[in-house]
Design a protein around this ligand. Structure first.
Ligand code: ATP
Length: 474
């Protein structure tokens, strides 16, 4: 992988200007970016692939639309670079980050702005390449932009930092997969072991031995000396699943080992040293009052240097079919006989409409059951669906519309807004602004087409855009 620091490899990335007719002012910056290692290209018809730079002189309302379009709704990372010191006057960088910029720099604020920018682009391109690699994309399957952003974060944190990671999420969302991936990607740990301990299965009487190891004769039944998890994970990764279940006494001991890197085997007075990356998983919220009473705050801060929340499957319905197809391919490869190649439309609808309290694991099991019933190649059809999975009455063939809107992501967003004190009026304003932004973007800037999609007149759309830009709404 290319190092993101210094002037190593050339990095190819798009460069755009805002306002678009203000290119001349940016040309000098582009020349310096080239010299720092950028191989720039211009986005064609506003379409981009991978990360890029938006050089701007005015952070007006239109810049948000440009960012949304150039970043393809969050798929690609954008470095927004203010070419003048005054370009960020007013609201500062925050609206640009909200609109889709990954970072915002002011050219004149740095002695080496071109190098700073290229360093970021080099890092982002390296992370994108890893996210697209089979190691990541075949393991943590998902196509939605939110999932892709999460993968980028996981990869970046695994490769470029040594931080302890706390992975949260409901059962079956892929927490163990993330732990395995962090270990596999970590250039400092790759050759060493990944040691897994499920804290729900630790027997209190044997817990000390599990973690610290023991000497021969340390307790009844200790017929030989044995290494514990801290020794086995040395220079590797220790994954503690369901860390919220760890008894309080063990939490204190774990904290000491993590802080000091030393431990004694049960029945021994000799200190040993160890150093490992700690990855923990939990489906409990360890920060709530209830969670906090059962979990030490100091340990929480130690294990949660970086946290990663995996969404439930209901929060990522766009990934249900890609995941189901992935599991179908797996099932086909597993038994070596020609198997089903895809799902017929009725089964696709059933998969989309069903609820998955067990998340991805439940989807995987369901697809496995369908694949086992299927005969020959061709599509998985309604008859392959196990009887207890078939919808009563209004079945998948009933022509009912699929579960669509408002979906769980929508509700989640409103719940977050209310919990943060955002009032109903503001929620309404934001919802309208977002709808307009998306419609204009989807219509490639064609306002008539966007107005049609929104079910409003051209004039109403223009007034709304003007209102969003600060002028009173007509
Ligand atoms: N994004 C994904 N892509 C492919 N497979 C996935 C994905 N997420 C989960 N799975 C599959 O779902 C199953 C459950 O995953 P995993 O054990 O990592 O979940 P978990 O969150 O650790 O569950 P638990 O909390 O119950 O231990 C596994 O078979 C895993 O392969």
């Amino acid at each position: 992988m290319s190092d993101e620091g210094g002037g190593a490899d050339t990095v190819r990335a798009w460069v755009a200007f805002h306002p678009p007719d203000d290119e001349e002012r940016g040309e000098q910056a582009v020349a310096l970016l080239r010299r720092a290692g950028l191989d720039p290209y211009r986005p064609r018809h506003g379409r981009t692939e991978g990360p890029g730079v938006l050089l701007f002189t005015t952070a007006d309302h239109a810049v948000a639309e440009r960012l949304g379009g150039l970043g393809d709704g969050g798929r690609h990372r954008i470095l927004a670079v203010a070419l003048t010191r005054t370009a960020l006057d007013g609201a500062g960088p925050w609206p640009l980050l909200r609109a889709g910029a990954t970072d915002v720099l002011t050219w004149d604020a740095s002695a080496t702005p071109a190098e700073d920018a290229v360093r970021r682009l080099r890092r982002w391109a390296a992370v994108d390449a890893l996210v697209a690699s089979p190691l990541v994309s075949d393991n943590l399957v998902g196509a939605g932009p939110a999932w892709q952003r999460l993968l980028r974060d996981i990869v970046e944190m695994a490769v470029y930092s040594d931080a302890s990671v706390l992975v949260t999420g409901e059962s079956g969302t892929g927490k163990e997969l993330v732990a395995r991936l962090v270990h596999a990607l970590d250039p400092r740990r790759g050759a060493e072991q990944l040691v897994l301990l499920d804290c729900t299965t630790i027997v209190p009487a044997l817990a000390g031995s599990e973690f610290f190891g023991h000497e021969k004769g340390a307790f009844t039944g200790a017929l030989a000396s044995r290494d514990g998890a801290f020794a086995l994970a040395d220079r590797g990764t220790l994954f503690l699943d369901e860390v919220g279940e760890l008894p309080l006494e063990l939490q204190a001991e774990l904290l000491r080992v993590v802080q000091e890197g030393t431990y004694k085997r049960v029945g021994s007075n000799t200190w040993h040293t160890t150093g490992f990356r700690l990855v923990c998983a939990t489906n409990r919220d360890l920060t709530t009052d209830e969670g906090a009473r059962r979990f030490r705050g100091d340990l929480y801060h130690r294990i949660a240097a970086w946290t990663c929340r995996l969404p439930s499957l209901r929060e990522r319905p766009e990934d249900i079919l890609p995941l189901a197809r992935h599991f179908l391919r797996d099932a086909r490869q597993g038994d070596g006989t020609p198997g089903a190649e895809d799902f017929d439309p009725a089964v696709c609808r059933l998969l989309m409409e069903r609820h998955y309290p067990g998340n991805v694991r439940e989807l995987r099991q369901l697809v496995g059951r369908m694949a086992r019933r299927h005969v020959g190649s061709g599509l998985i059809s309604a008859g392959d669906v196990p009887p207890e999975e078939r919808p009563p009455g209004a079945g998948p063939d009933s022509g009912e519309p699929p579960r669509g809107w408002p979906d769980a992501g929508f509700e989640e967003s409103i719940r977050t807004a209310l919990a943060s004190g955002v009032c109903l009026k503001e929620i309404g304003v934001r919802a309208r602004e977002t709808a307009v932004l998306i419609a204009v973007r989807e219509a490639d800037g064609n306002l008539q087409e966007a107005a049609r999609a929104l079910g409003v007149t051209d004039r109403a759309l223009q007034l709304r855009r003007r209102a969003a830009n600060g002028a009173p709404e007509g």
